[in-house]
Design a protein around this ligand. Structure first.
Ligand code: TIU
Length: 223
């Protein structure tokens, strides 16, 4: 069984029981004019995650591992949108408002979809989630259990919001999470650093932190 260099200690990678989970790599978070920018963020800060995630995605596809994508967003009628999420922060544009990429954070709109660089292939489940965590109000847990998945290799945005929330949810459900520091991104450098530290502290209280090249190397060694 390949061991992947990680903190706080090596991660015992079981490819047959592992899935790649790519969180919310949507145009609304990574491209100008979307939801992320409407909240006042510099979306350029996230783009460094794209190349390493794409390299890893191709290696995972080549090795035949389960790959799952998530998207944050809401029904077109906004019936699943908590009123507080709509109004909090008094943003310049609100969820459901028209943006250059269609209605902000609404399912089916161009901005809600995954960036072309990491677009899902046929057969890769896409989880549409209304919240920050990928387990809340979704069928992710059932999909993982039906496939015998116990380990999650986690990429995506943002480190301290949807990545951290999902890793905490996964940890409580018994999944071992390896978060890849070069494949997760934040609009805030200090939250990138602390968001990763919080995962690996206290002996790996929520999981492990590693790098994509170590996973790609382990996949090569296993095949
Ligand atoms: N605002 C922010 O940092 N993130 C989100 O709203 N969603 C995700 O992290 N996907």
């Amino acid at each position: 069984m390949p061991s992947i260099q990680a903190e706080p200690y090596p991660f015992d990678f079981e490819p047959a029981a592992a899935a790649l989970l790519i969180i919310d790599m949507q145009r609304d978070f990574l491209e100008p004019g979307g939801f992320g920018e409407s909240l006042g963020n510099d979306v350029g800060r996230l783009r460094g995650t794209i190349a390493p995630t794409r390299h890893l995605l191709e290696a995972m596809r080549g090795a035949g591992l389960t790959i799952i994508h998530t998207r944050e967003g809401h029904r077109a009628d906004l019936a699943d949108l908590p009123p507080a999420k709509l109004t909090r922060g008094n943003p310049s544009l609100r969820i459901g408002d028209m943006s250059p990429m269609g209605r902000l954070l609404v399912r089916g709109e161009p901005g809600h979809d995954i960036i072309p660089e990491l677009y899902p292939s046929a057969g890769e489940p896409v989880i549409d989630k209304p919240g920050k965590g990928a387990f809340y109000a979704t069928d992710l847990d059932a999909i993982l259990k039906h496939r015998g998945i116990r380990q999650l290799i986690v990429c995506g945005v943002t480190t301290e919001v949807c990545v951290n929330t999902t890793v905490r949810e996964a940890n409580d459900r018994g999944f071992d999470c390896l978060v890849l520091e070069d494949c997760v991104g934040s609009y805030f450098p200090e939250f990138q650093e602390m968001g990763l530290k919080m995962i690996k502290a206290q002996g790996g209280i929520f999981g492990w932190v590693g790098r994509s090249e170590a996973v790609v190397g382990a996949l090569r060694a296993a095949h």
